[in-house]
Design a protein around this ligand. Structure first.
Ligand SMILES: Nc1ncnc2c1ncn2[C@@H]1O[C@H](COP(=O)(O)OP(=O)(O)OP(=O)(O)O)[C@@H](O)[C@H]1O
Ligand SMILES: [Mg+2]
Length: 340
């Protein structure tokens, strides 16, 4: 029996998708011993033990890059254990558009060491498009806004003619909320409090007024704890900088559409996914600012993982174990599968 999974190693979340058994998502954090660097726990367990003495909480997948081999291997082992034992595990993993062949080789080796027999990798914006329910053979723009990065790909009749990773994501929105609260009264809040405020109140378009949240922060001068009430109206406008960076990046990609494909691509517009795309009204604002239609699925947080597992079902089965980037073959696999 071959179990076919999709694996998305994000900065905020590790998500495994299995077409038959669904989605398994954990925060991509590990609690490690400050001295020995040994991993004590991973995911939600690590978050609940965050304040243990001598331990430090780390996020290993900043900007899609794997900067600590031991840590990454430990996290991958834990994630893969959630789907093992399978007689044979076949995994499609999402990779950033600027991932180097050397890094890809290391990632495959780590997945093999964790028990994955066959590994394939795919551009994350392509996986997001398929996960949102679109054909990889069409002309369209895929924009996936994660926690640290935004992956953009221009598809021209199934071929990726331009792809880029921009270092802007949900955490930049969190930092904007944190900065706003600090400027209001020298009050410090943690990034996780700022993130919770953003997720509850964050809005860039009308339709989400009159909501508020009570928070606690620390007065920077005295260190005293203070209580505050933040409203939706308070944080309207705080996202200007990250939004500007995001729109400039997407506008840059629009300019790269091959001229003879502009009409076709504009018919389909932008497919917007990723957790940070869930800020209220971001799809509407992007569409107004850039003059392109924007569609966002309800399950935008899991689009990459869902797409990866769906792509796994298109890839033809070969007897021999493989480690390979199949980004450029996905449209062909999809068309072949459709015609059988
Ligand atoms: N309802 C929501 N409103 C606004 N932001 C949200 C919402 N739900 C999740 N997010 C944000 O989505 C981000 C996580 O999204 P996602 O899981 O796609 O990132 P990731 O894949 O881990 O990161 P990356 O792709 O950069 O490696 C976080 O910044 C989180 O705060
Ligand atoms: Mg992501």
């Amino acid at each position: 029996m071959v179990t076919k999974i999709g694996l998305d190693l994000g900065y905020a979340n590790i998500t495994i998708s299995d077409v038959s058994s669904g989605i398994f998502r954990e925060p991509s954090v590990a609690l490690i011993d400050r001295e020995s660097r040994r991993i004590a726990s991973v995911g939600n367990a690590a978050l609940s033990e965050e304040n243990t003495n001598g331990m430090v909480l780390v996020r290993p997948f900043k900007n899609g890059l794997l900067f600590d081999h031991q840590l990454t291997q430990g996290i991958i082992n834990t994630a893969v254990k959630a789907v093992l034992p399978a007689e044979r595990l076949r995994c499609v993993v999402g990779v950033p558009s600027d991932f180097l062949p050397k890094q890809e080789k290391e990632l495959f080796a780590m997945l093999n060491a964790a028990g994955v027999s066959d590994c394939f990798s795919v551009n994350r914006a392509l996986a997001a498009l398929v996960g949102a329910g679109y054909s990889p053979a069409m002309s369209v723009i895929s924009v996936n806004i994660g926690a640290a990065s935004t992956e953009i790909a221009v598809f021209s009749d199934g071929v990726i003619t331009h792809t880029v990773r921009e270092a802007v994501g949900g955490e930049d929105f969190d930092k904007a909320v944190k900065q706003y609260i600090y400027e209001q009264g020298d009050v410090n809040v943690s990034l996780s409090v700022a993130r919770a405020i953003k997720e509850k109140l964050g809005s860039v378009w009308s339709g989400k007024e009159n909501d508020s949240v009570d928070i606690e922060g620390t007065l920077s001068l005295t260190g005293n704890r203070v209580k505050m009430n933040i409203t939706t109206e308070d944080i309207i406008g705080v996202f200007e900088k990250p939004l500007h960076k995001l729109f400039m990046a997407v506008a840059g990609a629009i300019k790269k559409i091959p001229i003879d494909n502009v009409e076709k691509t504009f018919k389909n517009g932008i497919v917007l996914t990723g957790g940070a795309s869930l800020i209220h009204g971001l799809d509407i604002m992007m569409s107004k600012v850039l003059g392109v239609s924007v569609t966002r699925p309800d399950d935008a947080l899991d689009s990459v993982a869902k797409g990866l597992s769906r792509i796994n079902t298109f890839i033809p089965v070969k007897g021999r174990a493989a480690n390979k980037n199949v980004t450029n073959s996905v449209a062909k696999y999809y068309e072949n599968k459709k015609s059988t």
